[in-house]
Design a protein around this ligand. Structure first.
Ligand SMILES: *Cc1c(COP(=O)(O)O)cnc(C)c1O
Length: 455
């Protein structure tokens, strides 16, 4: 048998066993880093081994140290699972080994990226002529969009940042809500823009439009970026887009929306009101590896003015075969990269319009079920307005909430992370996995009840 076939058959067997184990296995990993290192062996072998045996060793040694991220009972951070069609398509991505740089190099990739991009604009109800870049995640999507915005607002003052850099140019102001995600700060750091001016937000994390208007008027009236948010990681709340965008527009600011998981509300008729007005912004960052449930890594950078994105990310190379209208490479920070649009296309094609809406509705429905279940537990309080996929709860004082979290992790039925929200320790539930069922939620709630009564 061809070495590749033998290795792939090994991987296939291990993958199926892993997926079949999800419904009953403990969600947290059982082995420590050190134990996995021991099982793998830390010494680089002097010579080759058979590919199939190598894959077998990798899978066998790692299995106890794997966290069941794809489990329907994983609710930590904001983490999606993997839709079946997207998972299988991702295997093809590796087998096909397409470099997603140029149309001329991989017509199939360019075609799929074009179709998937158009479908996304349609589902998320964003301006249909926008450019869509496929990045590694929402952090890089925020970076990509904000690079386009930074360059555009500087260009309007006559400053060519592409040629002259930032030093000596007009200062760029950046304003963001106090409860923005730290990925925004990271993106701004990469861009040489420092930390944003923070605009007060309400108890749910929604930026105050009047506070934004005041902050804009109080500072320099130069090139300005305003960063809004669709989906707060603690409350799930959405900024009031119509009012906030109107305030930003009065000063000519570029408006960007970080909607890593929340932008997908627009795909559901039941939740689209949450993103109302959001399409009037200039750029939007979101993830496909969260709410859409494609494998890592995949984020989406959407920019209303394709020429602004190309001005920031495009390049020319004498040895490349470039297309007049631009190539996939002109919309992202990287050159060589994997065919990220293939799994996105597969997820969207397999789910269809109603399937994506249903996915969003189910995640939100499960979040509500968590909120109802937790509110009924003695001593527990749900702290946020549960309008989307996020639930934050306290079990009394910080020490008791911490004990409940620790016991829950020990129990292993579900994986839920803690956080500090408005100065208080909280249990933070994010329902983001397509495979979560009513039964998973029931089992997780039973585990929370057990952890609470023992704490
Ligand atoms: C997850 C998240 C990010 C960062 O996304 P990555 O894909 O992890 O880079 C940014 N903003 C929000 C609101 C998020 O939830």
């Amino acid at each position: 048998m061809d070495a590749r076939e033998a290795a792939l058959r090994q991987a296939y067997g291990h993958a199926l066993r892993w997926l079949a184990s999800l419904s009953e296995r403990r969600v947290p990993a059982d082995a420590s880093v050190e134990e996995v290192v021991r099982a793998l062996g830390a010494v680089l072998p002097d010579g080759p081994s058979a590919p199939a045996a190598t894959v077998d060793l990798l899978a066998t040694a790692c299995e106890p140290g794997l966290t069941a991220f794809p489990s329907g009972r994983f609710y930590g951070f904001v983490v999606g699972g993997t839709e079946p069609a997207a998972l299988a398509a991702d295997w093809l991505v590796s087998a096909w080994d397409q470099n997603a740089v140029m149309r001329a190099a991989s017509p199939a990739y360019a075609a799929v990226e074009e179709i998937a991009g158009a479908w996304l604009l349609d589902l998320l109800d964003l301006p249909r002529d926008s450019a869509v870049g496929f990045t590694t995640g929402a952090t890089m999507a925020n970076f990509t969009c904000l690079a386009a915005g930074r360059d555009a607002v500087l260009r309007r003052t006559g400053w060519n940042v592409t040629h002259d850099g930032l030093a000596g140019g007009p200062a760029v102001r950046v304003l963001a809500g106090a409860d923005r995600h730290m990925a925004v700060d990271l993106a701004l750091r990469y861009l040489g823009l420092g930390t944003p001016e923070l605009v007060p937000a309400d108890a749910q994390g929604r930026i105050g439009p009047e506070a934004l208007r005041h902050a804009l008027a109080a500072g320099e009236q130069g090139p300005t970026l305003v960063v809004l948010q669709a989906g707060d990681i603690h409350s799930g709340a959405f900024d009031p887009f119509p009012e906030a965008i109107r305030a930003a527009r009065e000063t000519g600011a570029w408006v960007h929306v970080d909607g890593a998981f929340g932008l997908w509300a627009a795909a559901s008729p039941q939740y689209a009101h949450l993103t109302a007005g959001c399409a009037d912004a200039d750029s939007w960052a979101t993830d496909a590896h969260k709410t859409l449930n494609v494998p890592y890594d995949c984020g989406l950078a959407v920019v209303r003015d394709p020429s602004a994105l190309r001005a920031a990310m495009g390049l020319r190379g004498d040895y490349l075969i470039q297309h007049e209208q631009g190539d996939p490479v002109d919309k992202v920070p990287e050159l060589s990269r994997r065919g990220r649009a293939f799994p996105v296309w597969a997820a969207l094609r397999s789910l269809g319009r109603s399937g994506v809406a249903d996915l969003v509705d189910r995640l939100c429905g499960h979040a509500r079920a968590f909120a109802t279940g937790i509110a009924a537990i003695e001593g527990a309080t749900v702290l946020n307005e549960v309008t989307f996929t996020q639930v934050c709860a306290s079990f009394g004082d910080d020490a008791r909430t911490e004990r409940v979290l620790a016991r829950l992790l020990d129990d292993g039925t579900a994986w839920i992370s803690g956080s500090t929200w408005h100065g208080r320790r909280v249990m933070r539930i994010s329902v983001s996995n397509w495979s979560t069922t009513d039964d998973d939620v029931r089992r997780a709630l039973d585990a929370i009840r057990r952890a609470s009564s023992a704490a």
